[in-house]
Write a protein that binds this ligand. Structure first.
Ligand SMILES: NC(=O)c1ccc[n+]([C@@H]2O[C@H](COP(=O)([O-])OP(=O)(O)OC[C@H]3O[C@@H](n4cnc5c(N)ncnc54)[C@H](O)[C@@H]3O)[C@@H](O)[C@H]2O)c1
Length: 260
């Protein structure tokens, strides 16, 4: 028996990285996963891999900065008769520059993909969850929403807002048995970070390892496990939290000198 048997889950940004690991884990636990992404080739390939394992997956193009795409994905998932889980996962990394070098266009793109998407995704699943009087919404925040890192103000600002929105929604919709939580990963080995290393250099990867007390960066599957828990009935009394899956990153001072 799977922990998510019979549930319908929507995961955005599900073609790669953490989103793909979450879709894979939720499908393995018995959910029918509706996977949205802008990379259709990778999305369809990911859907095929899940189906080949005997689980249920449906991929659909969904640019989370386009409200109609979100509405279409939600409507498609809703045809199962219920929507139990939404994972607002898709996001982009624009940063690595001081704030005054960030353009208005970069700011608005980041806010559209990383924050407005959370508003829209949640808005579109709420009517289903209110009608069925149950649901679990999980939004991907970040360690960057807890601690500062030079050059990432806009990204951190959006992630802080995501966490705050989940807390607020947990209060507002708790009486309807709809749970809202966020997950704050530390540095995870995904294409997003491969891109950051390509743009900023290998020294960044070495610094990342040093920043995590556990002595390595994380795996997407380790974040997916947290998402499965928050989506499952085992977390029925857990709402309004931010679950840090960060190898101790936010528990540690940022620079750790070699003292021993
Ligand atoms: N990787 C990390 O270290 C890390 C750390 C903290 C938080 N996060 C967060 O975890 C989430 C997943 O990150 P990741 O590292 O797996 O990212 P990733 O870049 O590796 O994968 C993101 C996926 O989202 C898709 N995507 C990008 N723009 C999209 C859009 N407009 N609409 C729909 N899909 C889109 C991409 O095609 C890709 O498949 C993000 O919210 C990210 O901010 C990641």
């Amino acid at each position: 028996m799977g922990r998510l048997d019979g549930k319908t889950a929507i995961i955005t940004g599900a073609a790669a990285g953490i989103g793909n690991a979450i879709a894979t884990a939720m499908a393995r636990e018995g959910a029918h996963v509706f996977m949205g992404d802008i990379d259709d080739a990778a999305g369809r390939a990911a859907e095929a891999v899940i189906r080949a394992s005997g689980s249920m997956a449906t991929y659909a193009h969904c640019d989370v900065s386009v409200e109609q795409d979100i509405a279409n994905l939600v409507e498609r998932a809703g045809k199962t008769g219920h929507i139990d889980i939404l994972v607002n996962n898709a996001a982009i990394a624009i940063g690595g520059m001081p704030l005054h070098e960030m353009t208005d266009e970069q700011w608005h793109r980041l806010i559209a993909v990383n924050l407005t998407s959370v508003f829209r995704g949640t808005k579109h699943v709420l009517p289903y969850m209110l009608a069925q009087k149950s649901g679990s919404v999980i939004s991907m925040a970040s360690a960057q929403g807890h601690i500062g890192l030079d050059g990432w103000t806009a990204y951190a600002g959006a992630k802080g807002a995501v966490m705050s929105m989940m807390r607020q929604l947990a209060v507002e919709f708790g009486p309807h048995n709809i749970r809202f939580n966020s997950i704050s990963p530390g540095t995870i080995n995904t294409p997003m970070n491969e891109q950051v290393i390509r743009e900023l250099g290998d020294h960044v990867a070495r610094a990342w390892v040093k920043m995590h007390p556990i002595g390595r960066i994380g795996r997407p599957e380790e974040v997916a496990e947290a998402a499965v828990y928050l989506a499952s009935d085992a977390a029925g009394f857990t709402t309004g939290i931010d679950l840090r899956v960060d190898g101790g990153l936010t528990a540690a001072p940022r620079y750790v000198p070699d003292l021993v």
